[in-house]
Design a protein around this ligand. Sequence first.
Ligand SMILES: [Zn+2]
Length: 315
Amino acid sequence: MRGKRIKGKTAAICSIVLIIAFCISIKNCPKTVSIKQAPEIKLYLSRENCTINLPLEDYIKGTVAAEMPANFALEALKAQAVCARTYTLKKILDEKKYPKGADVSDDIYSCQAYISSAEFKHRNPQNYKILWDKITKAVQATSGQIMIYNGEPIDALYHSTCGGRTESAANAWGQDIPYLRSVSCNYCQESKYYQSCQVFSKQDLEEFESLELGNTISLSISERSSTGRVKKLKINNLFVSGEKFRQILNLPSTNWEFSSAQGKLIVNSRGYGHGVGLCQYGANGMARAGADYRSILKHYYCHFDFCQLQWETNK
Ligand SMILES: [Zn+2]
């Protein structure tokens, strides 16, 4: 497998890695890959600083529960389940290391969120059963399904709200990834982050080191990506990247229009998140308009194939 050694995994994970590695080694990747036993995941729980082992499909339920509102349409939840499963297998194949030798982590900054069914029940005491059953249905209906490109699981990135057009990997990180191109999205208007407004006083801007704050705030955009997101801007004397500006002011995205009034800076933002890959609110909008999960995924990711991992319990 590209010279990488596979070690320290459970037997189940090894089996899945080896089978996908086999899949990679042949020119035309099969649409179905059989695995003897259902894979098991070693998950790092960051707050508890411990690991737990659980079946892959149970882990996927917990990520869907944590990453997408359960009142979204069933087909959107199914799309999320395929994304989460693909993302997980990509992490395993890349041999990403998490604390205590875990395969994945519930830390959203380095992996994807996860909550247990007990935590989900705590958060949804009124309608826990209906919503958990719906998540279970979405995961079971897509059991073992992943997205592949060139025989490998894709990097199935997703975000809350794109604001009208998703971002390409090339614009976001400088690397062109054929399945992570920018696509239009007319489906995420229901998100409160489709368009949002944030207002900052001069004191708020003191967070920027070396920024000279005079009587006025002068702000100009130096560079936008082809999809409209701000890559670089100048505020008074200081040039700063759009991403750093977003982090310091805790803004929802880097797609902005600026104005000022009464000495304050007004930022109108579109979207929430990095904008790459699946737009979750867009997926819900497409599902409510009648699209199934496969059409949703085909809209947000380009040039990939579906692959069915099959083991005895999901045959
Ligand atoms: Zn969108």
